[in-house]
Design a protein around this ligand. Structure first.
Ligand SMILES: NC(=O)c1ccc[n+]([C@@H]2O[C@H](COP(=O)([O-])OP(=O)(O)OC[C@H]3O[C@@H](n4cnc5c(N)ncnc54)[C@H](O)[C@@H]3O)[C@@H](O)[C@H]2O)c1
Length: 372
């Protein structure tokens, strides 16, 4: 992620110091960025001069000393609380007193990371999406300790870099990794119950729902190991709320090394010559699958709005820009009518008697999220 974030900042005109303790990682980052620039020149998106200027703004180094003049540090190292605390704690002694320290963590508590600092009010989460130069969304995550000024400066800076910042509370999964859970979880549940196979569920979500990728294609793309770990982390972080319970199917695939595209097998078989399963193109059945998964996604977004994790506008921006959903989930709820989503969730709740299907109070209130 670090090299992508470096490209974003350099493209916005900032001098960037790319620090990594591994020389190999630095060499690989430089090669990668040079290759990207060549591609952009070939496609006519960037002149050779501009590409060279951009590359010239990035300095590669193994030490942090040069950061003493930095206005902002974006930490994007290994996802481990103790390591992040140690590295940011050490950095605090290097940087100036006005420097903002940020973390690109996907799953750790920013407040916990901040607790290791002498001046925790200067830390903030800046969660970029992969690939950083292409994905517009940045989740801005103030810790409990973060000062208002640091929040405002960070939002302005991200906007100046051409990003769309959304402010989110420091809770597990922030916005996207929390609200998107049912896209995978409910699809897996439908599969496990034998209601439909992977190809049919993917077909329903793409063909009828307008999602760019079906849940199984997407999980294979992300990697079942990565997707499973995120789900497990979110589940544990929410004190084992059944809404986020991981699936045995995905755990077993992950354990078996069926990680998806990267290992040649996942829910689908990517090996050469392998045949692909055909969906059952039954629109009535497909609509039921779509309605169920969308109702669960809307419920998650509505609850996040109810609990003030983010504003309805930011929640919808996050899901359309961060994971390319065809429309914002709360706008979708307004279009469908809250009553109809509540009926769908209550039907599932009555059927299963599981807390997983509890409907958000915010939907029961029946007040639209948007006025237009
Ligand atoms: N990969 C993604 O899609 C993605 C998306 C959003 C956020 N993130 C977050 O970004 C961070 C980095 O993820 P990644 O996928 O780029 O990981 P990565 O393993 O590809 O890169 C981490 C880099 O940090 C370097 N590093 C580790 N410890 C260091 C230290 N103490 N000092 C200096 N350099 C050190 C490593 O050499 C490596 O080059 C994580 O916190 C992750 O959760 C990742």
């Amino acid at each position: 992620m670090g090299r992508g974030i470096a490209q974003v900042l350099a493209a916005a005109g900032h001098e960037v110091l790319l620090v990594d303790h591994s020389i190999d990682a630095l060499v690989s980052a430089r090669r990668h960025l040079e290759k990207i620039m060549t591609r952009l020149i070939e496609k006519g998106r960037l002149s050779e001069t501009d590409a060279n200027v951009l590359l010239g703004r990035i300095t590669y180094t193994e030490t942090t000393e040069g950061l003493s003049e930095a206005a902002l540090v974006i930490e994007a190292i290994v996802e481990n609380l103790e390591v992040k605390q140690k590295v940011l704690g050490d950095l605090e002694r290097v940087v100036s007193s006005s420097c903002i320290l940020s973390t690109n963590t996907s799953s750790l508590s920013v407040s916990a990371i901040a607790s290791a600092l002498q001046e925790p009010e200067r830390i903030i989460g800046l969660h970029f999406f992969n690939p950083a130069p292409l994905m517009k969304l940045v989740e801005v995550v103030p810790a409990i300790q973060t000062s208002e000024e640091v929040v405002n400066q960070s939002v302005t800076l991200m906007r100046d870099c051409g990003k769309t910042p959304v402010i989110t509370k420091d809770t597990p999964g922030f916005i996207v990794n929390r609200v998107a859970r049912p896209f995978y979880g409910e699809a897996l549940r439908i599969l496990e119950e034998g209601l439909a196979d992977v190809a049919t569920i993917d077909w329903a979500m793409t063909e009828l729902g307008g999602f760019r990728m079906g849940p199984f294609t997407l999980m294979d793309y992300i990697g079942n190991d990565v997707n499973y770990t995120v789900t497990e982390t979110v589940f544990k972080s929410f004190f084992y709320d059944p809404r986020y319970r991981p699936s045995f199917t995905q755990q077993r695939l992950s354990q078996a090394g069926y990680l998806g595209r990267k290992t040649g097998r996942g829910y689908y078989d990517y090996r050469e010559g392998a045949s692909q399963p055909e969906p059952v193109r039954d629109r009535e059945r497909g609509q039921k699958i779509l309605d169920r998964i969308v109702a669960m996604l809307i419920n998650e977004a509505a609850d996040a709005a109810y609990l003030n994790i983010a504003t309805p506008l930011d929640l919808d921006l996050a899901m359309t820009l961060g994971v390319n959903y065809p429309k914002g989930l709360l706008k979708w709820a307004d279009e469908l009518g809250h009553d109809s989503v509540v009926s769908q969730l209550d039907f599932l709740y009555d059927l299963y008697r599981e807390d997983r299907y509890r409907c958000s109070v915010r939907l029961r209130q029946g007040v639209p999220f948007f006025t237009t």
